[in-house]
Structures are given as structure tokens and as C-alpha cells.
Design a protein around this ligand. Sequence first.
Ligand SMILES: Cc1cc2nc3c(=O)[nH]c(=O)nc-3n(C[C@H](O)[C@H](O)[C@H](O)COP(=O)(O)OP(=O)(O)OC[C@H]3O[C@@H](n4cnc5c(N)ncnc54)[C@H](O)[C@@H]3O)c2cc1C
Length: 477
Amino acid sequence: MAPANTDRPDPGLLAALGAIVGPKWVRSHLTERRPFEADGLPTHASVPMAVVLPSSREQVIAVLKLLAERNVPWVARGAGTGLSGGALAGGNAVLIPLTRMNRILSIDPVRQRAVIEPGVVNARLSDAAAPFGLQYAPDPSSQTACTIGGNVAENAGGPHCLKYGTTTNHVVALEAVLPDGSLARLGSPHGEPWGPDLVGLFVGSEGMFGIALEITVRLVPLPTTIRTLLADFATVRDATEAVGSIVAAGIVPAALEMMDQACIAAVEASIYAAGYPTDAAAVLLVELDGATASVEAEAALVHELLRAHRARGVRSAETATDRARLWQGRKKAFGAMGRVAPDLVVQDAVVPRSSLPSILETIGTIGRKYRLTVCNVFHAGDGNLHPNICYDRRDSALADRVARASAEIMEACVAAGGSITGEHGVGADKIDYMPMIFDSTSLAMMCDVRRVFDPANRANPNKVIPIHACREWREPQ
Ligand SMILES: Cc1cc2nc3c(=O)[nH]c(=O)nc-3n(C[C@H](O)[C@H](O)[C@H](O)COP(=O)(O)OP(=O)(O)OC[C@H]3O[C@@H](n4cnc5c(N)ncnc54)[C@H](O)[C@@H]3O)c2cc1C
């Protein structure tokens, strides 16, 4: 639990915020602020000074103008499922959850576009698009809870982003409120951006550039045929080598996910049990989609490749229920790990696919060195790792070992030619690792770009870019 934030906003500010959104949508008592102290990562927590929940574009603009006039920092928040400590506000910062702005404004099946408010829960959009034969492709495993505003800020990925691309490939236009309260219309709802790709710049900016308000996204047709295969292996190396062989054969599966034995055990002991073989060292979930003939041809080839890499068994989901069950185990795996220990650090890094066999061995070695339980469940086709460390944060010595192991895993991934995040962003958690992958020139350029949107550094301060890289914002010595 974070220390209580004793920074109380002046009553004048609270009253002014209440006049904009209605007094009951301003939370200032500690018991009301405490639920917002963390996101999905248990290692970081800070209690916001106040929480304000706007319900309309006009309210968001008025709130940001007020905070600009009073020089108050703020942090936007979606559902708080982030895994990098991004949606946390401490000190005198005001937290602005956008969850009340949750309307799907339009779905246009001819142009294959949807216009939505930022608080729309990801899975709701695909549900709404399905009657038109369409879907919103990026599908983070948190999709039944996370918001598309949060997905935009994190450039979220998901199992099906291997074939369809991450959030940035699906956002075509944005209406964003900048930290001074002005409204910017970025991109074009019609297609490719006009001029410089400002939408591309905004997507993945982790709440530092403003608040994404009205989001226009691309919808894609639902595939006519889907084939989902589950393959199990006696060794992790066989499974990871099979991943490389599938991509090297020129196949781009819709999804190519992996779970190791510790993860399988947690899932199978939980209400999400999917029928994964518990004696396997690893399983691969391979999904192919598209036109029937090509899916069947690819499925036959994938089957052969899996067998060539010593898969002990390959089974195909025969019904929609069977497929849903296989996916439920994968998508609820983090939740299932709640059985292993009270807390879970979901780590996130990415390596070249060819490095998967060796990096998983390295992660195993690091886990043993620090005597930690590490469960791996990840987007193998993308080389996007999620080593999940199960622990109890009340044990400070154990928490310290988790921190040291996490840092060592990051170093190993960077040494393997990878990076410190695949999809969960930098937030507060990875800020100290930024110099591992960016030189001082690149970091200074990031500061300059941030300053264009937010010259006063009030939007999500102390996240993503290390302060020492931004000379003007350096704390006085
Ligand atoms: C079980 C589980 C599984 C997950 N699986 C995946 C996965 O497969 N792929 C993946 O990419 N992530 C995954 N995540 C991480 C997380 O769900 C994503 O990062 C998601 O995009 C966060 O959305 P959110 O609404 O919860 O945002 P929050 O956590 O509330 O906020 C995240 C960031 O977005 C900013 N933000 C929020 N709304 C706005 C807005 N409207 N405008 C500007 N900035 C804003 C915040 O300031 C913060 O920096 C998973 C998390 C969990 C708990």
C-alpha cells in the first residue's frame, strides 16, 4: 500500500472541478482515492491528490484548462489494467479516469470504421461490430476490462496482433485534448494520414501528450474460417524452435502463443482449465484464419512443422466452444496465477524470434538464481515475452529479489538484440531502463517532442523519459 498522500488540493480547486463535472464526480477523501493508487503492476503505487471523472468532451476540455491555469499536473486513466505503472498519479497530481466516456458513437460497415469514446472497453467494440461481419482486431488479453483510450496510449498488442498489427495500425484519426485544453484533430478518418503522421506519434505516447477523446478506428472483416491448434512439447526448446520454423515457412498465423509448464499448471488448477496437458514442458496455441482453402493448406503444413519439431500431440479445436476454451486458458492465465502467490509481476520484453530458445533458458537460469517462481505465457510469434514472477510483496527481501531478477531479464533481452517492452509500455516501471536502449541524443529528442505537446511537463509527469535526459526539467541540485 502506498503512503497516504497528504497533499490536499485547495478547496477552491475541488470546488472548481466540481462545478465542471458535478461534485459527486470529484473524489478527494483518502478512502475514495486509495482504489486508484495502482494499476495491474504491484510494484508501484501512489495515491492521487484528487480524482475527477468527466463524462463529456466539454468537461475534459474545461478540466484541462482549469488545471493549466493553476499549473496542476494530471494523469489520464482508463481501466487501470496497465502493467507498467503508467496510470499512477502522486504528489499534487490529479487523476482523470475516462471510464464514464464509454459510448460507441458510430459503426460504419461500408467504410469499415468505428468512432468511439476513450472509455469503451476493448471487447465491447468487437461485440458491437460482429453483427456487421466486422471486428476490432487488436485483442489484448485484458480486453474484457481495458479501454481503447488506454490501448491507444500504450499502443497495445494482443495475441492476434501477429497477423493484424498492433493498435497503431488500427487508429486512423484522433481528437485529442492537449494539456493546455486546446483540441487537436489528428489524422484523417478516410485513410492514410494527411501530412506528417501525428496519429502515429500520439499512439504509444503513454498519456504524456494529452487525452485521446474521440477515436476513429479501422474495423476488419471477420474471417470465414478459423483453425485453432494446440501442440504440446517435451522441451521448451522444441516448442520455441517450432515457432521459428512456422514463420520461416512463410506462414503468418493469426496468433502463435506459448505457455510453459508452470503456467499450464496454474491454468489447469483454476476455473479457466482448458485441457492443456499438465506433463508438457510447453504448449503452443496456433491459430490460422482466412479463406477456407488457404487455412486448410496452412494447417496441414503447420501440423507437419510441429511434428518435425517433436510435438508429442497436435489437436485441433473441433467446435467454437472448444476453441473458446483453449483461448480462455491463455487469456486468463495471469488471473490463474493468483493461485500461485498473492502478487504477480507481469514482465514484458521483446527479442528477435530466433533468440527465443536461448532467452527462455536464460530466464530459467535467472529465476533459479533468485529462487523465484517464473511462469512464461507470451506472444511467441512476435518474440514478445512475458516472464511472470509470482511473489508476495509483503516480503521485502523477496520483493528485492524480484526487482533484481527483472532488471537482469531486461539486460538479457537487450543483449539478445531485443528491447525492454513489447507492448506494456515504459510507464514508471521501465523508466530507469530507457538508457539501456536509447542514447542521450534520442532521449533528448523524445524530450523535445514531448515539449511540443506539453511544454510545462504536467501530463503524466515522471514517466517514460528519464528526467536527466530533459535538461530543462532537471531537479535543481
Ligand atoms: C490480465 C492482463 C492481460 C494483459 N494483456 C495484454 C496484452 O495482451 N497486450 C497488451 O498490450 N497489454 C496487455 N495488458 C496491459 C494493459 O491491459 C494494456 O496496457 C491496456 O492498453 C491498458 O488499458 P487501460 O484502459 O487499463 O489503461 P490504464 O492502465 O488505465 O492506462 C494506461 C496508460 O494510458 C494512459 N491513458 C489512459 N487513457 C488515456 C486516454 N484516453 N488518453 C491518453 N492517455 C490515456 C494512462 O495515463 C496510462 O499511461 C494486460 C493487462 C492485464 C492485467
